[in-house]
Design a protein around this ligand. Structure first.
Ligand code: ATP
Ligand code: MG
Length: 347
């Protein structure tokens, strides 16, 4: 039997509640398909930061390096600034392990309410390492009338090409359609470069139909007619905005999954629900575990078991379609455990 060696970082708040649920479902799927897991748990969190002054130990990245994948619940806590968990844990992991693809599937499950009409089954591919979120820039002339802030974006040929190639290949495996998010009518250096590289990569993927939309129009179309989209690829900032927007139109932040991928598999990839630690509901056993279970399904797929991954998502879909067991964010009364048991029984 294949055993996958997984680093588990439950984190803070509801991360501690949804992580066991997700891993239990992954294990059940594995049993049906002849693979298993070895889990190594790390208590790296804002809780640890409060206790010891750091989210993770100095050799944290070294300890993660040898695992097949990383599963993360959520990090964040009231009173601990977001940049602590970002720069103390998430960004170092993404960078050290070259997780340059941030993958966010979005589906409108049968039986769920959405503010929009129509079918939604798409994937946002977000560039995860460069672009608008750079540290280059600064503040000048503080306090003077000419005070200003400058922030530079960084788009490299290698960085854009690799994420586009991933997105085109993904589109070829899915519905065969790719949309590129751009803004080359207003951002006159980086975005025309992005567009150029899209055309260049498109020529290498002749089986994929593609188009491009300016980010503003794309947001509007995502709300008015989401059914037209299959794979959407965007820069770090545009992908960030699109994936939250797309998750919101599909029901609840509690159901959105994500993967930080190193497609070459030189390093472990990291899987985490999109939601945060949700301190307002933490510790009560009411968190929606769908985002975490779906993220675990992405991990199972990445580890080479697409059939098992599909069954995990199908089990979520079946429970939602039946409609009698739902967590509160989706209008039900079930707790995390009850919903997880329902998913397990469908598996
Ligand atoms: P963080 O700083 O960790 O990102 P946050 O409060 O900014 O935390 P979320 O944790 O994502 O962001 O919470 C946003 C809102 O969505 C909260 O009201 C929270 O209760 C709700 N929420 C988030 N995840 C879930 C979930 N899995 N199930 C139910 N409600 C959720
Ligand atoms: Mg937050």
């Amino acid at each position: 039997m294949t055993t996958h060696d997984i680093a588990v970082i439950p984190g803070d708040g509801i991360g501690l509640e949804v992580t066991p649920a997700a891993l239990e479902v992954a294990q059940a799927a594995g049993r049906r398909h002849g693979f298993g897991f070895g889990f190594t748990e790390y208590d790296w969190s804002c809780e640890r930061y409060r206790r010891e002054g750091a989210m993770m130990p100095p050799d944290g990245l070294e300890r993660l390096r040898g695992h097949d994948a990383i599963f993360l619940g959520a990090v964040g806590a009231p009173g601990v600034p977001d940049h602590v968990s970002l720069w103390g844990l998430l960004i170092p992991i993404r960078r050290a392990f070259r997780q340059y693809v941030n993958l966010r599937p979005v589906r409108l499950f049968e039986g769920l309410d959405s503010p929009v009409r129509g079918r939604i089954d798409l994937v946002v591919v977000r560039e995860n390492t460069e672009g608008e979120y750079s540290e280059i820039g600064g503040r000048m002339s503080r306090g003077f009338p000419e005070e200003m802030a400058v922030q530079q974006s960084v788009f490299t040929r290698a960085g854009v090409t690799r994420v586009l190639d991933y997105a085109f290949a993904l589109a070829a495996r899915r519905g065969g359609h790719l949309t590129s998010a751009t803004k080359s009518n207003g951002i006159v250096h980086t975005m025309p470069f992005w567009d150029e590289l899209v055309r260049e990569r498109a020529a290498e993927h002749p089986g994929v139909r593609w188009d491009q939309e300016h980010i503003d129009a794309l947001c509007a179309k995502l709300v008015l007619d989401p059914g037209r989209f299959d794979v959407i690829v965007g820069s770090n900032l545009f992908g960030d905005i699109l994936s939250d927007l797309a998750a919101a139109v599909a029901g609840s932040i509690g159901i959105a999954p994500s993967a930080n991928l190193n497609p070459e598999r030189e390093f472990p990839s990291m899987f985490e629900p999109v939601h945060g630690s949700a301190p307002d509901i933490a510790g009560r056993g009411v968190a929606d575990p769908i985002g975490a279970i779906w993220s675990a399904a992405l991990m199972v797929e990445h580890l080479g078991h697409p059939q098992a991954a599909e069954e995990m998502v199908a089990a979520i879909a079946a429970v939602l379609a039946k409609g009698d067991v739902r967590t509160r964010d989706l209008g039900g009364t079930a707790g995390t455990e009850e919903f997880t048991q329902a998913v397990l029984s469908h598996l």
